[in-house]
Each structure stands twice: as C-alpha cells, then as structure tokens.
Design a protein around this ligand. Structure first.
Ligand code: SF4
Length: 504
C-alpha cells in the first residue's frame, strides 16, 4: 500500500507530532494553531507544509490544543477505521469549538479530498475542508473562516505549483534535528484494486529535479544530514517523462540518477526513500544500493500478498517470482540490506491455501519487519465490488497468524545483530528511562542506547557509534563502545559531518 499505510508504529500521535505544537517554542504572538495528523509519512509531511505556511502567515503553534484558535485535522482514508476516527474526532470537537468564540476548525487530507462538501454539511461546526492539492490555500481559508465563511476546496490540479512552497521557517529547524522529508513526486497511476489513493491523491506527477536539489541544498544548510524522499510510488519518479523522451523538457531524471545527484551533496550522509513499487526496481536503482554509500541499506518493498492469483486480483502487476527476483537482486547488490514490507490479509476471495502462500513468501524473504492489515473495503475501489468477502473472525485469525510469524522473524533478525557495532542518528531521549537515548541505524532499526556517567547525552541529530548488546522484538539495545573514536576526538562523530565510512 506504499506510503499510504497507517504507520502507527512510526508516526507520532497527533499530540506528539512535530508540528502539533510542543516541540517548537516561539514567542507568544499571532493566532495559535494546532494540527492533528493521521496516516502515512506523506500526511506527516503535508502537515509540516501546512504548519510552515501558517508560520509564514503569522500564526504560531499552540502549546496545547485547548489553547489553539485554529485546529486542523489532517486525515487518512486508507482504511475504514482511520476514516471513522475523523468522524468521532469531529463529534468530540463540538465542545472545543463552542468553548471559544472565533475558533476555527478545518479538515484536510484524504478523507477531505474524498468527501469534500459532505463533511461540511454533516458537521455544522466545521469551518472548512481542504483537499490534498490545496495546501497552499490553508492560510487564506483560515482567514475566511475567521470572518464567518464556510468552504470546501478540493479541486484537483496537475500544476507543479504545489511543489513551490515558501522556504521552511527557521522555527522548525529543531523539530527533527538532522532529518527531513523531501517530496519528489505525488499521486499514483497504479490503481491497485483495494486502494483509494489514486482517487484521493490524484494522478502521478513528478517534481522537476532542480527544485528537489535546491530544497536539499537548503536543508543541508540547516543541518539536515538524512533525507527521506517521499512519493506514493517514489521510484516511479520521472518515468512518464522518461518514456515520452521528455525528461529534459520536464526537468526530471530517472530515479537512480536523482539519488546519485542528491548523494553528491557533500553534507548528505543518508538517503532513504518511501515507498517504492516493485514494478519500478530498475537496474540503476538496484545498483544505487551497491554503489552509493549514502543510500541506506533498507528498502520498504510492499508485497501485499504472496499468491499470484491474489496479486492479480489486487492488480499489483507483478508475480511472486518477479518479487522474489527483486529481493535476490537487492541482496546480491547489498547482502546486508534490511527488507520491510506491507501485507494485506483477507482480500476478497483469498483462500486458506493462498494465505499460506503469503506466509511462505514472508518466511522465505525473512522480512525484518512488516505492516500487516486486514483488508478493508474502500468506497469507489474495484475490490469493494468483488465477491468473496472473508468472514471477519477468519480474517482476524489469519492476521494474528501472520503477525506471530513476523514477530519471530523480527526477533531473529534483531538477535542476529547482537555484537555488531552500528551508526545511530540520535533522535532524543528514549522511553526506556533516564540516561537512555534513542535513534535509528542505517537499516532503519530503532536503537536504544545508554549514556554512561558522567558523559553528556549526544545531541539529537548527531551520529554516534553504538555496540548492540541485546535484541527485543521492537528495537535493538546498545551501549557506547569504550574504544570509540569520538573518545579521542569528541567532535569527530558527534558533529554530524563525518563520513559514514569512518565508523569504528
Ligand atoms: S494504488 Fe497501489 S501503488 Fe498506488 S498508492 Fe495505492 S497501493 Fe500504492
């Protein structure tokens, strides 16, 4: 399901979201806003863009939602559960809205794009609805709402203007030190039969490379060392232009070439991308994993199902053998690569035998982690009209079986790494307790590590060397090695600039 899966494990909840409020401290000025964000990383990044636009318009983040004069909900419609959450949130927010005259309530994201006016009609206390192509309108819509106008703006656009957003406000530099999302393409032309994304995000459109490279330059100037390239089918970047022989005219490149150009920016230490579609794993991309040290040894490679019949009904456009071929090529290019995936169980008509084929593929690939979901019919998708809906109890049992298998695979993969030394980009204090820090290694695994007395915790956004001493199903536990190079020269690894190859 590519980027549109609900990454509840990875994405901070609304109140923890980097742009919901608390991580940014600014002087008390301007009307205050809060943002609730649901769904995928694309949504998280859209919320960042909206927050930035509001900043440029003079708004400031509220410490708590209760203090906000403007509350925006960025929604997800990938599954029914996520959509229902919006309706329950809106019901509960009647009180919030009534508690302060002039308060503004807006809804954006995929549900907004899909439902438009009908959400506005259903919830009279809602002021406006903005679609996924209309982020730039948000500040003006807030102002209009403050003067009593209710409106819905969900027009689709093929314009590249959506990528031309104002410079990121300095207020956000501290929210996720060292890391940043970077949009390279939007939309999807794949029309998998279970997926609503082509309807909520529109058709595929690639951003000219010059804008991507300029934004990357701007970000490294602000201390970013890890870029995560975003797109619904991110490795389809530029493909339409390439096929038509119009890359020069459109300003795009092949995706592998884009990675090469980004890696040439000296300050960039890590490049990630999400989510690729298996269909677009060309040789250049596979080679990038072998030849470009900045391209991290992790690929999130959505499988969805391990049965050819189910894949065909899903309109995924690859077979199990083709998928396993990509796995083989990636592992040949980079033997230590970590693979994660998405799997849907209980797709209409999925037999027990087909489900067992999925279990077999998951076991064979030995994914390091997987996001697995029960199929949920979405309106206006082809699968919603298919026969063969699975009994919900059976679907739940299949999901539990798959998750038990994945639990064991994840634990085994984590245990196999105990004793290794890895490089962690520090994200901050770990929930495991005092003197515990948390970060991610090149394989995108969460690493918690202790900071021995009397050392100071390394700053967020810095790289540290960590020796892995323990594995849990959810993370790796580590310690700072005694012979680490930064003991001799404390600035070598903690200033965020030393090349990855210098790791002890
Ligand atoms: S239609 Fe298919 S490829 Fe496109 S976003 Fe949905 S799951 Fe991904």
């Amino acid at each position: 399901m590519q980027t549109m899966r609900t990454l509840e494990k990875e994405i901070p909840s609304a109140r923890e979201s980097p742009f919901s409020s608390s991580s940014v401290s600014l002087p008390a000025m301007g009307p205050r806003y809060a943002l609730r964000t649901y769904g995928c990383q694309m949504n998280v990044h859209d919320s960042e863009k909206v927050a930035n636009l509001l900043h440029h318009a003079g708004f400031r983040p509220a410490e708590h939602e209760q203090d906000a004069e403007v509350l925006l909900i960025n929604t997800c419609s990938i599954r029914e559960k996520a959509e229902n959450r919006l309706y329950s949130d809106l019901g509960a927010l009647r009180e919030w809205k009534a508690a302060g005259p002039g308060r503004v309530l807006g809804v954006g994201g995929c549900v907004a794009q899909q439902e438009g006016d009908s959400v506005l009609r259903r919830f009279r206390h809602l002021d406006f609805v903005f679609g996924t192509h209309n982020l730039r309108l948000v500040p003006a819509m807030v102002e209009a709402a403050r003067s009593g106008q209710r409106q819905s703006r969900t027009e689709e656009s093929r314009s590249l203007e959506r990528f031309d957003l104002p410079e990121r406000h300095a207020a956000f530099e501290g929210s996720r030190p060292g890391q940043s999302f970077l949009t390279v393409m939007e939309g999807c032309d794949m029309f998998c039969t279970f997926c609503i994304v082509p309807r909520t995000r529109g058709r595929e459109i690639s951003r000219p490379a010059a804008g991507i490279l300029a934004e990357a330059q701007d970000l490294v100037g602000r201390g970013v060392v890890e870029l995560k390239l975003l797109g619904q089918t991110v490795n389809a970047y530029g493909r339409h232009d390439l096929r038509r022989g119009k890359t020069a005219e459109a300003g795009t490149l092949a995706f592998g070439e884009l990675l090469t150009r980004l890696a040439e920016i000296p300050e960039i230490r890590r490049l990630r991308y999400t989510s690729p579609h298996p269909l677009f794993f060309d040789e250049a991309l596979v080679r990038a994993h072998a030849e470009i040290p900045e391209v991290c040894p992790h690929v999130h490679l959505p499988l969805q199902a391990g049965s050819d019949r189910t894949l065909e009904r899903m309109h995924r456009r690859y077979t199990v053998a083709e998928y396993l071929g990509i796995v083989e090529r990636l592992r040949a290019a980079r033997p230590d690569i970590a693979l994660t995936t998405d799997v849907i169980v209980g797709f209409p008509g999925e037999t027990r035998a087909e489900f067992e084929e999925t279990l077999a593929v998951v076991g064979e690939v030995a994914f390091v982690d997987a996001y697995s979901f029960k199929y949920s019919p979405r309106p206006e998708t082809a699968a919603a009209a298919m026969d063969g809906a699975l009994d919900p109890v059976e679907a739940q049992e299949r999901l539990a079986e798959l998750q038990a298998l994945q639990h064991d695979l994840t634990l085994a993969a984590n245990r196999a790494r105990v004793g290794e030394r890895t490089e962690v980009l520090v994200e901050g204090q770990s929930a495991r307790g005092e003197r515990q820090q948390r970060g991610r290694d090149p394989y995108h695994r969460v690493v918690n590590f202790s900071v021995p007395e009397p050392e100071e915790a390394p700053p967020t956004g810095s790289f540290v060397s960590v020796e892995l001493v323990e594995a849990t199903p959810h993370s790796l536990i580590g310690e700072r090695p005694k012979d680490r190079p930064e003991l001799k020269d404390p600035l070598r690894l903690v200033d965020g600039r030393e090349p990855a190859s210098s790791m002890a």
